[in-house]
Design a protein around this ligand. Structure first.
Ligand code: PLP
Length: 437
């Protein structure tokens, strides 16, 4: 699998240094020329197993044939005219499909966007207009994107250095992080305490009647696959209802089969007022969506939401084909099955390495966390970095997460076969033995 020479990859990476700003992150030291299913071929012809999935974008695999065909067919017919200028059916078909898969109450409306960050930006604009309130509450460890409002809502300081001032009227709550703060409580008691703290927050920081929305990822993505406890999210829904606050759930990373369901929130029996989407919706085409209750979505004043490209016909065709393909292959069952395999293997790793402090996730959104001295508060980002390099040298692309970069997360395509999945997990296992010895 490993080619002797990595000359071309090295040359590409050094050209990158010359012409691309250093600040654009390098999560993995590889290159890519082509990709198919769960494999990426690099510039030197090496086939790499992909556990990063383009950061959660290719749940349906790299270049699924029906999606490739739909893109080519639509590109030949109409690439762009702008939905503001002329109404085309593809936008409606995609909106109808999303509303039927992910209903938000009796009547659901959908606006399309170009990215996750843009979905979040628009969700906030919609929530503010619908409530006539300004404050937004978000969480520690959250990641919502890199546009100005999305960056404000993002927690990781390292992603924001020197970029302020940030948007006003954004308040941050501690995330109910059971691994770090559980302190021997059971999960329900722990959740109750966090909900009580939220009610206190309304007295100490911002009155509930001034809060437009609470924004949360049901499973934090960049934050390290922290899963919101079920009771917490259910009670959060009730708190929002009590105070007329909108609940926005960000499903950009957790959506479309990743957790074994279309939406991670389906695990919670909770329906948000608004939700945000992108990534695997378009198999790599830049597209996203805001889905919401119709009366909330319709509270916006004309032209306060939209743009030149959102709902681009080629992206719509790719998304429609992706969703249809996902239904055909039963993506949710695949997510569940892959999650079971990965969780079992990760738990085996944990039983052998005390440096693995936690194994967690929902469905196939699985991660393990490396710490020193068995202490959740001593993150081991260096070992994580070395593990990623080991894997890269041995044919596996994997990326980290967490504000300290000490968490290995799996976002492999969900179409990955058992053999390739285990082969990738074997590399990870040998990497742990090598790095932690
Ligand atoms: C939960 C979540 N929201 C929003 C975003 C931003 O999406 P994008 O990079 O498409 O702007 C991300 C990206 O990783 C994400 O994980």
């Amino acid at each position: 699998m490993i080619a002797a020479s990595q000359k071309k990859s090295e040359e590409i990476l050094s050209r990158r240094k010359q012409v691309v700003p250093n600040a654009i992150g390098i999560f993995n030291p590889g290159t890519a020329v082509s990709a198919s299913g769960s494999l990426i071929t690099d510039a030197d012809g090496r086939e790499m197993i992909d556990f990063a999935g383009g950061i959660g974008v290719v749940n349906a695999g790299h270049c699924p044939p029906p999606v490739v065909e739909a893109i080519a067919r639509q590109a030949a017919r109409m690439i762009h005219c702008s939905f503001n200028v002329a109404t085309y059916e593809l936008y409606l078909q995609l909106a109808e499909k999303l509303a039927s898969l992910l209903p938000h109450g009796d009547h659901t409306k959908v606006m399309l966007t170009n990215s996750g960050a843009e979905s979040v930006e628009n969700a906030i604009k919609i929530a503010r207009q619908a409530t006539g309130r300004q404050a937004i509450i978000c969480f520690e460890g959250a990641f919502h994107g890199r546009t100005m409002m999305a960056m404000t809502l993002t927690s990781k300081v390292g992603y924001k250095l020197g970029c302020g001032p940030f948007a006003p009227e954004v308040y941050r709550l501690p995330f109910p992080d059971y691994y770090r703060q559980g302190n021997g409580l059971n999960l329900d008691e722990f959740s109750d305490i966090h909900i009580r703290e939220l009610e206190e927050f309304f007295h100490a920081y911002v009155p509930a009647e001034e809060v437009a929305a609470i924004l949360m990822e049901p499973v934090q993505g960049e934050g390290g696959f922290n899963v919101v406890p079920k009771r917490y999210l259910q009670q959060l829904r009730q708190v929002c209802d009590k105070h007329g606050i909108l609940l926005i759930l960000d499903e950009v990373q957790s959506g479309f089969g990743r957790t074994g369901k279309w939406a991670a929130y389906e695990h919670y029996d909770v329906i948000p007022d608004i939700s945000t989407w992108a990534k695997s919706m378009g198999s790599g085409m830049p597209t996203g969506a805001v889905i919401g209750k119709a009366h909330i979505m319709d509270a916006c004043k004309p032209s306060t939401i939209g743009g030149t490209y959102p709902g681009n016909p080629v992206c719509c065709a790719a998304s429609l084909a992706t969703l249809q393909y996902m239904e055909e292959i039963n993506i949710n069952a695949l997510g569940e099955r892959i999650g079971d395999i990965v969780r079992q293997r990760f738990n085996q790793f944990k039983s052998r390495h005390e440096a693995i402090g936690d194994v967690r996730g929902l469905g196939a959104m699985m991660a393990f966390e490396l710490v020193k001295n068995k202490d959740p508060f001593q993150p081991d980002g260096d070992s994580c970095k070395r593990l990623i390099s080991y894997c890269a040298a041995h044919g596996l692309i994997v990326i980290n997460a967490g504000i300290h970069g000490n968490i290995i997360r799996i976002l492999s395509p969900l179409v990955i076969g058992d053999q390739l999945l285990h082969k990738g997990l074997d590399i990870l296992e040998k990497g742990l033995e090598s790095v932690l010895k």
